[in-house]
Design a protein around this ligand. Sequence first.
Ligand code: LFR
Length: 474
Amino acid sequence: MSTTTVAAVDIGASSGRVMLGHVGPGELRLEHVARFPTGSVVLPDGLHVNVVELYRAVVDGLREARRRATASGGPDIASIGIDAWAVDYGLLRDGRLLGVPYHYRDSRTDAAVRSVHQAVPFTELYAENGLQFLPFNTLYQLTADNTAGMLHLADQALLIPDLLAYWLTGERVAEATNASTTGLLRVDGSAWNTSLIERLGLPDSILPPLVRPGETIGRITEQSPTGLDGATVTAVGSHDTASAVVAVPMTEPDAAYISCGTWGLVGVELEHPVLSDAAREANFTNEGGVDGRVRFLHNVMGLWLLSESVRAWEAESGETIELNGLLDAAGAVTDLQPVFDANDPRFMPPGDMPTRIAAWLREHDLPVPESRAAMVRCIVESLADAFADAVLTASELSGKPVSVIHVVGGGSQNELLCRLTAQRAGLPVLAGPVEATALGNVLVQARALGVLPGSLEALRDLVARTTRPRRDDP
Ligand code: LFR
């Protein structure tokens, strides 16, 4: 087994990246190649994903990745893997994209949620797919499109990373970890749930064949004018959270994780789903992980609360505001700040977050923070509270003891958040790596190429040996 170079395309809520991963036994290194905004776009009919622009940025980034990899006579990139956020999709007919995909933060699913739960009560739905209720899960979005008459026009739906892979390779598939977030996959992840799909009145023919992480999706053909022909696209955990969990350096069995970016995905990894009444009532999800593992977790609102607050303050003042400066100021706030429910769905859509938070606090007879620093402190305290609560609930519901919390992703750089999470959970927090998602993407490709050995534990061991976490004790 020797070192190889692969390319990871990792598309998050606010930015996408193309990276080179240099990987082999004892080596795991990322080289940043390109970064581009993923921002959603508002059209008269709602909030959309500018997926064509994303594709253009991905192709440019991959070309640059190939140029860099081969510049000094090095070997070409051995494979490409793509991950992005979950649940959103493009509709196609005869391989042509029909319209601009919607963004999951659009509110078009409100009526669809009611009609889905009328057809299949949520209790039954949970037994079928194991997913926490999130109004944007693909099944609600597809139902909304069905009601709007759009599904009659389409013969296929492709999730965002699968759509990008299709445009590169010509192959139309559904990668299994991301497919698990549609709500239309059997809870054991083995196949599409055709009877559920039928009960919801959706056409099962629009769902493409499943592929598993590590399988080859296809080769980039000469027909796609990318200048990348011949390169292989490998399925990774194409749901960004699935890739992130691969690279959580959980070398101890009793660990919980928080994959913290725009969302805080808080939970544990299990071998089997937990479908109890208590898990359903606590709104815990059983998403499909790499190697058939279960990501038993809860979506907490995450850094979105901070980024939307900064956006509102910038719009108000016309100035550029640095979040890091605000976090330093928030760290120095000594007055006790109130805590709000970071899981309240009112915080999901884009908008003026400080005003919404203030309204929540007033409704609960709590004082409203008087400065921006105090508001940031209040947000971080509330996130830490929700994180700690979700870790302890995950442990209780699954019966898995937890003695350490790993925080990965952008939020692992937020020292205040990690420290407060440790305090509120009464458990040590190990923070890092920041780029867990890209690392997980790279690791699964390297394993598929035979460069790394088999188990997820071996992959995590490599992460633990090549990165150094920051530790916060309670
Ligand atoms: C994180 C994430 C979450 C998913 C949300 C919407 O980026 O993928 O796991 O619940 O975005 O897709």
